[in-house]
Design a binder for this molecule. Sequence first.
Ligand code: PHE
Length: 329
Amino acid sequence: MLEKIESAVKDFNAEINNVNSTETLEDIRVKFLGRKGLFAQLFEEFKALPKEEKPKYGQLLNKEKNNASAKFDEVKDEIESKSVSYDSYVDLTLPGVKRKIGNKHILIQTLDEIKVFFKGLGFAIYDGPELESDYNNFEALNFPEDHPARDMQDTFFVNDNFLLRTHTSPTQIRLMKTTKPPIRAIMPGKVYRNEAISAKSYCLFHQVEGLYIDTDVSFAELKSTLVSFAQYLFGADVKYRFRPSFFPFTEPSAEVDIWWEPKGKPGRWLEILGCGMVDPNVLDNVGIDSEKYVGYAFGMGVERMALRKYNIPDIRLFFDNDNRFLEQF
Ligand code: PHE
């Protein structure tokens, strides 16, 4: 009997020390500790022992069985704590989750294209603030005191003397005040107007101002520059027209329209910019000799360019920040 118990303990220890998965662990449990396992069989044999041998083997058998059970539980805990649960199981063969990398907003992309064109012609890039003085936004640009654009309807006034600029033209004033001619620069930026919001107008939009001041600048140069620009942005066959117009700070003045055929709608002219020869009064206001220098200026709407170029039906889409729209560009 003693031999049998010892050999059972020896076999159990050999197997339990080599176990490496929950499946073999279960085999060991059945083989040794189960209801028909080795220890149970030994207990059966124990029952048949002569009375005087019972206490000795009974104690030994109980002790070894309890030891084996304890060892089994210990190994089981150890294996289970090491094995990965199904929930946190990672299948390394599955394709990964694609991370979205952002892209430039379509207006910024359009602005970049505009910059590339004018940089190529030797224009510098100059920045101005969005909060402007009434003087730079209107007065210095030769707006008469009672001009309708000064009306509260169009302008977001901050107080009597300051406002959110209604166009990028005040940046011309800043540049001319601080730089001696010749001056050749574009001035991109945001502008604000207190207008009714619709598919074509928004309370905020982007403009690119252009200014060229030298001793011999002509309207013909202005015109050829803007035509080349329209062909660069919209293609060589773009249909355009120059329309006589009025701005207090340019004389003569014009507006440029391009032909637009939005999908499913009848074609129409879309105004994209205003331009003209800088009014001598403006040069005098900033201390540039208007007898010696002449210049041209233009101001273009970036949203309008993008509407036409990418056939976008509504200006509000630029500002909604809907990824389904933004991701298309
Ligand atoms: N500032 C004018 C506007 O916003 C555009 C313009 C700029 C016109 C420069 C002429 C010269 O409408």
